[in-house]
Structures are given as structure tokens and as C-alpha cells.
Design a protein around this ligand. Structure first.
Ligand code: GLR
Length: 313
């Protein structure tokens, strides 16, 4: 049976959106076995989709052939149970190339990263994403952050673009997001998807829900799937006491810890996966490993989060 289109599969997910880390062996080369294990465990734990080789998956550190191998491995590990979305980025020509590699590797969609290094105007940004969207038959989610911040008019242009199905927000300007949602609702009625894609998105998800944005990325799912699943379930069922308990006792302190070092958005998550027993190696430069004390704090925080699930912390 042909799977439903990506947008339909993402609309009301039963579990968190999983952004796996990329696994490396001791010498720093790709460890596809460990990566497959990481992805397979996430899918079996209840992820609703796999976003392979995106920010948490160190897209920036992968050669094109490594990227393709990772996406292919994620597709194999997901085995059709959930969709696999792959990162695509850098300048327009390379982003198009990554998009084609992802399509060849069997991905179901693309997360289009901000263009590399340039500060482009709205017209150029729109041209960039239109070229990426036109390059393959894959649906595209555009990632707003850093040098890719869009006016509501530009998002209307994106929503009108064949193949662009949604916007992932990593900026966190709720006033702008409200104006974007209003403009797209008025100008392009339909089912454009929005994702809260901030680091530790759970922290802000109650606020995003108030705008009607129910989709969010979860890096915590990489190393504490039981906590991420409990939070996701609490939001779906409206169990605010559980959501508040996890926010106050786990997600807030985790966001504080994650803010202790540059690049911890990735390296601390990877350390968390290792703490849970899967050797996914260290991060590649220009990232660096978190301080030992921060890893110890993370271990205690995971225990605390688990205890909160039993309601006995
Ligand atoms: O590209 C990525 O990996 C992300 O932006 C998703 C992350 O899961 C983000 O939500 C985070 O870092 O918590």
C-alpha cells in the first residue's frame, strides 16, 4: 500500500518528532550500525517521524556521501513505519544536490536549512527555497532561524510554492508567528504545517499551542524517550499537571544546562544518548564535547525526569 503523503502523516502525530544524532566510530568515521540502532530504537519507542541529518544530526559536519548514507540508513531503520525527512542546505546549488541525494536515498521529505553564510533579502530567500522545492518531488519544510527569518508575505509566497508544505520555527518570535499564521490562513487557505523547532521545543510548546501550533521537534527524545513521550501524551490529552511537572522539574533545568556551552544543543544530546548506553561517538568539529561536570548533571537530570514520571520526585 502506498503511504499517505508526508503532510497527512505529520498532521496529528501520535508521538514526538525524532531528530536523531549521527553516530561516529572511535576514529570519527560514520558508524552506520550504531546510527541504525539509534533510529530503530526511536521508532520502536514511538517516534512519529525521523528527521535525519538535520541540526541535531550534525548536517553541517557530513560529506555529501555520508549524508546520503545516513538518510539511507534511517530509511532502512524506519522501514516504512514512519516517514523520514532529511536535511538539505548550504547555498542553492548544494541544497539542490542534497535534496536529490535525499530523494535517491528514499527520504519522504526535506527540512530546508538556512542558506550558508549569506544574509539574503526576502526575495532571494524565496527564490532559494523555490529552487530547492523544484529540484525533487519531495515535500519541503522550511526551517526559519538565524539568517533565514521570513516576513508573513514571504511565508505566504512559500505556502504558494508547489512542494512547500510547512514552516519550522527556530526563532521564537511569537508575535511574528501569529502574523505569519494569520497571513497564510487568509491568503492560502489549506493545511500549511507549522512546527515549533526551537531548541528544547517542549519548553515553549504550551505557548505555541495557543497559536494553534501543535507540532514540535524533540531532541530530548534522543536520550530520554520515556520523558519526551510522557510530555507529548500530556499535551495531547490536556494533562496539564503532568506537563507542568515535567517542565518545572526536567525541561527547564535541561534547557538551563543546555545553555551552559556553545554547541551543547547537539553535543549534550549526544552525551545523553551515550549515557543511555548507545555509543554514538563524539561530535565532530567545530563542536566540542560537553564538560564532564555537565554530563554528570545531565545524568542526574535524566534520573530526576524518570522519577517525575512515577510522580515520586
Ligand atoms: O534540526 C534539528 O535537529 C532541530 O532543530 C530539532 C531539535 O530537536 C530541536 O528541537 C532541539 O534541539 O531541541
Amino acid at each position: 500500500m502506498t503511504p499517505a503523503p508526508l503532510a497527512a502523516r505529520l498532521r496529528d502525530p501520535r508521538g514526538p518528532l525524532f531528530f536523531p544524532v549521527t553516530a561516529y566510530g572511535p576514529g570519527g568515521s560514520l558508524d552506520l550500525d550504531a546510527y541504525r540502532t539509534h533510529v530503530r530504537r526511536g521508532v520502536e519507542a514511538g517516534a512519529a517521524a525521523v528527521f535525519a541529518a538535520c541540526g541535531t544530526g550534525e548536517f553541517h559536519a557530513l560529506l555529501p556521501e555520508e549524508f546520503e548514507a545516513c538518510v539511507r540508513a534511517a530509511v532502512e531503520a524506519a522501514d516504512g513505519r514512519v516517514p523520514v525527512v532529511a536535511g538539505a542546505g548550504y547555498g542553492t546549488a548544494l541544497a539542490v544536490r542534497y535534496a536529490r541525494l535525499a530523494e535517491a536515498a528514499g527520504a519522504d521529505g526535506l527540512l530546508a536549512m538556512p542558506p550558508y553564510l549569506v544574509l539574503a533579502g526576502q526575495e532571494g530567500l524565496l527564490r532559494h527555497y523555490r529552487e530547492v522545492a523544484a529540484a525533487t518531488a519531495l515535500p519541503v519544510i522550511v526551517y526559519q532561524r538565524d539568517n533565514a527569518v521570513f516576513t508573513p508575505e514571504t511565508v505566504v509566497g512559500l505556502a504558494r510554492t508547489e512542494g512547500v508544505i510547512g514552516l519550522k520555527d527556530g526563532l521564537g518570535d511569537l508575535d511574528l508567528m501569529q502574523r505569519v499564521v494569520s497571513a497564510v490562513r487568509t491568503e492560502v487557505p489549506g493545511d500549511f504545517l507549522y512546527f515549533n523547532g526551537l531548541p528544547t521545543a517542549e519548553q515553549t510548546q504550551l505557548a505555541y499551542r495557543a497559536l494553534g501550533i501543535t507540532l514540535y521537534s524533540s531532541a530530548v527524545f534522543c536520550f530520554a524517550p520515556e520523558i519526551a513521550l510522557a510530555f507529548h501524551r500530556a499535551l495531547r490529552t490536556g494533562d496539564l499537571p503532568v506537563a507542568h511537572r515535567l517542565l518545572d522539574g526536567f525541561y527547564g533545568p535541561f534547557a538551563d544546562l543546555r545553555a551552559q556551552g556553545r554547541g551543547y544543543a547537539v553535543s549534550l544530546v549526544k552525551a545523553g544518548v551515550r549515557l543511555r548506553g548507545l555509543d554514538v561517538g563524539e561530535v565532530r568539529p567545530p563542536l566540542h564535547e560537553p564538560a564532564d561536570d555537565h554530563v554528570k548533571q545531565l545524568a542526574r537530570l535524566i534520573e530526576r525526569g524518570q522519577a517525575l514520571l512515577e510522580g515520586d520526585a
